[in-house]
Ligand binder design. Structure first.
Ligand SMILES: CCCCC/C=C\C/C=C\C/C=C\C/C=C\CCCC(=O)SCCNC(=O)CCNC(=O)[C@H](O)C(C)(C)COP(=O)(O)OP(=O)(O)OC[C@H]1O[C@@H](n2cnc3c(N)ncnc32)[C@H](O)[C@@H]1OP(=O)(O)O
Length: 224
């Protein structure tokens, strides 16, 4: 495969596209802690066998918390700037459903540079990601792979959008168990970035995917 696409000299700054940016370090610790609690709450509510009185009281408490926090909101499209221990800078949406640090619906997935090249991350999906009994929903495995593959392209200086995603499910993926996600760029052609990745449990591949990311068309690209 031809390797002729050029990485962007510098990652595009979302501010140049009119988007707000929140440095991850400026997210209040109390918000991070609240998001964790809500994540746990969603799992608790999904599985509870509590009686009507408990449920009604809990509903009131949650409604009060909701009322308390309504008001000032980040705009849709707000980005978060994450600086990884290896110095890599990544921009993602603050509420990205897979990796967004303030989204209680996100596991969240975090990808870091892997010694063997590409990116690697670990994630545990609780019972709210269930598809078949005890197993992760296939759509969510596709979402994890999509995000990881997009990050792998971004980490090589080629951020873009997914044009095509192809997933094969090789083995059942358990809930509430550590999963390893790996992803890398396998080739490029003009603005096309070919990426591949895997989900593993106990070293065994449970799902694998390939994707075509089309690198963002940036000013000065000449479309190449
Ligand atoms: C707004 C900017 C903010 C700045 C932010 C700064 C930094 C952050 C950077 C990146 C963040 C982005 C993503 C984060 C990472 C992961 C998130 C998860 C991934 C997603 O959740 S993402 C959502 C789902 N995704 C979409 O919502 C895409 C909808 N779609 C489109 O927006 C267009 O469709 C697009 C852009 C894909 C292409 O459009 P386009 O006009 O730019 O390019 P064009 O069509 O010319 O294609 C160029 C070459 O790709 C070939 N090609 C195109 N499509 C193909 C296909 N399907 N199969 C085979 N080949 C295909 C052509 O044949 C040509 O090939 P060739 O070079 O050989 O001629």
């Amino acid at each position: 495969m031809t390797v002729d696409a050029k990485p962007v000299a510098e990652l595009p700054d979302p501010r140049d596209f009119g988007l707000s940016v929140v440095p991850e370090g400026e997210i209040p610790a109390e918000l991070a802690s609240l998001v964790d609690e809500v994540r746990s709450l969603v799992d608790t509510v999904a599985h509870t066998k509590a009686g009507s009185r408990e449920l009604a009281a809990a509903r009131e408490a949650v409604a009060a918390a909701n009322d308390r926090l309504k008001g000032d909101r980040h705009d849709i499209g707000t980005m978060v700037q994450q600086v990884w221990p290896d110095g890599r800078v990544e921009y993602g949406t603050l509420t990205n459903v897979v990796s967004g640090p303030t989204n209680a619906a996100a596991p969240p997935l975090r990808m870091e540079t892997a010694p063997e090249g590409g990116l690697r991350g670990e994630v545990v999906l609780n019972g709210t990601y269930q598809g078949p009994p005890g197993l992760v929903h296939g759509g969510w495995l596709a979402a994890l792979l999509d995000q990881a593959l997009g990050s792998a392209a971004g980490a090589e200086g080629m951020p873009g959008l997914t044009a095509n995603l192809d997933v094969n499910y090789r083995n059942p993926t358990p809930l509430n168990a550590p999963l390893e996600i790996t992803a890398r760029v396998s080739g490029t052609e003009r603005r096309k970035v070919f990426v591949s990745g895997e989900v593993r449990h106990n070293g065994q591949v449970t799902a694998e995917g390939t994707a075509l990311m089309v690198r963002m068309n940036l000013p000065g690209d000449g479309g190449a």
